[in-house]
Each structure stands twice: as C-alpha cells, then as structure tokens.
Design a protein around this ligand. Structure first.
Ligand SMILES: Nc1ncnc2c1ncn2[C@@H]1O[C@H](COP(=O)(O)OP(=O)(O)OP(=O)(O)O)[C@@H](O)[C@H]1O
Ligand SMILES: [Mg+2]
Length: 243
C-alpha cells in the first residue's frame, strides 16, 4: 500500500479506516517527511488496542506500531494508567495514548541501550512507533508460543539473561512477559511490547518480575524441568556484581 493514495481516499471519505484516524495519518506523514517511513506495506498483527504493520525505510524493513485513538475504551485507558507513577498532565484520550506510546518508545530505548535484545527503536510521532522489524521479506518472526524450537534450554537461558539485564542494568521490569511477547528469529529470542514495563522502583515491580518469571517457567516446563527459584536465585546472586 502506498501511503499517498490511501491518504487521498481517506480525506475524500471513502475509507472507514478506524486505524487511520486523521491524527494517525498526520503522524505518519510527519514520519514520512522526516524520512523515517517510506512505505507501509501490510499489517502483521491487528490487536484490540493497536495494529502493527510492516513497512520500509529505504532498504530497511521496519515495524510500525500504531495505537488506536478513537476506539480505545475507558477500561483500556484505566489499564494504561493503573501503575503509572507520573500521570500525563492532559487527560483526554489522545494525550493519554500519546503518553503511552512515548513510554513504550522510551522503554525500548532504555532497554536497547542496556543491551537487552529488543527491536531497535527508530522514531516515533504521537501514537505511531517505528522500530526494527524482526523477520525477513517473506515472514515476520513467530511468537515464542508458535516458534519451532530446537534448543529450548538455550532460548530459555537467553531470555533469563535478558531479564537480568533489564532488571539490573536498565532498572526495569517487563511486567507482561510471556510466550506472547517474545519473538524468535534465527533461534534467538527478541522481547517486544514494553508499553507497560515499569521501573524497578515501582512498588509493584517485584511482584511483576515474579509473575514474568512464572510465565516463562510455565512455558519452558513443557521442554525440560525448571523452577521459578532457579531464575529468582540468579537474580539475587548476580545482584552485587552489577552496579
Ligand atoms: N518489531 C517487530 N517485528 C516483527 N513483528 C512484530 C514487531 N513488533 C510487534 N510485532 C508483531 O505484532 C504483534 C503485536 O505487537 P505487540 O505485542 O507489541 O502489541 P500488542 O499491543 O500486545 O498487540 P496484541 O494485543 O495484538 O498482542 C506481535 O505479537 C508480533 O507478532
Ligand atoms: Mg503483545
């Protein structure tokens, strides 16, 4: 899909396009004018709160995550704000979604800079996030739950390493980690969906960390015996080594 015809169609009122609300289109156009997005090709995933598209920036494949503004429900909004330490000043629907996207983008940056394997953040504008695309021309990387796994132990240990880096170096806890938010590409796990990620100083952080570890252990138990304590001990053992 080339963007310009889509825009014309939208403005002439032919497209229903709940994803392509006017402000979304303007945000994408801004990203295009800045050269961060060249084309938006097709949706990789359509969720309740937003859609992810594959696109291009020059020769590079990109993932474009677009949060919906108009169809977001009050329940989702209150979910967004539940564990926030600092609430956005403006509380209208659009400001809240923009603040949420901004949070996901800045979490991605912090994690990427700390060496956690997450998609590289590229750019953002309003409710639109542009990041490294995980996959190739033919297919997007599968979620851990659907991936063909040859060496489960290796993938598990790499995820644990990433959780340690997140906690100790980036001082963040994912808070929604499971086989649904980890991609696997070239036998390597890539952690995604970091909008709800909280700071380690958040009073809920430790219980979120325990829940993340429980989810992970629950999934990998299908492949080999492993307990939550194995990971929690590692977190405590390594604690004094990383400052
Ligand atoms: N960088 C990426 N590269 C390839 N695919 C991606 C990327 N980011 C997200 N996806 C795909 O898009 C889906 C949705 O992304 P994400 O988990 O970040 O959003 P979400 O808000 O949780 O949406 P959902 O409710 O559908 O899970 C992922 O499950 C994954 O299949
Ligand atoms: Mg997700």
């Amino acid at each position: 899909m080339k963007w310009k015809p889509e825009l014309e169609e939208f403005l002439s009122g032919k497209t229903e396009g709940e994803v392509f609300e006017k402000s979304t289109i303007f945000n994408i156009l801004k990203l295009m004018n800045k050269g961060e997005v060249e084309t938006i090709d097709f949706p990789i995933s359509t969720g309740k709160e937003g859609n992810v598209f594959r696109g291009r920036k020059g020769k590079q494949l990109i993932a474009v995550k677009i949060y919906r503004i108009n169809t977001i429900t009050f329940r989702n909004i209150s979910n967004y704000l539940k564990y926030e330490e600092r609430l956005p000043k403006k509380r209208d629907r659009r400001s809240i979604i923009y603040a949420w996207a901004q949070k996901e983008f800045s979490n991605l940056k912090k994690l990427y800079d700390a060496g956690v394997r997450v998609p590289e953040p590229i750019a953002m504008e309003g409710n639109v996030i542009v990041m490294e695309y995980i996959g190739d021309e033919e297919i997007a990387a599968p979620l851990l739950k659907d991936a063909e796994i040859n060496d489960a132990r290796k993938i598990f240990e790499e995820i644990v390493e990433n959780i340690l880096l997140m906690y100790q170096k980036a001082h963040l806890v994912h808070a929604d980690l499971s086989e649904y938010n980890i991609l696997v590409w070239d036998e390597e796990p890539v952690i995604i969906d970091v909008g709800q990620t909280v700071r380690r100083s958040n009073p809920m952080a430790f219980s979120f960390l325990e829940r993340d570890v429980e989810n992970l252990v629950h999934f990998f138990k299908k492949f080999f015996p492993v307990e939550k304590d194995y990971v929690m001990k590692k977190l405590q053992e390594d604690e004094h080594e990383v400052c």
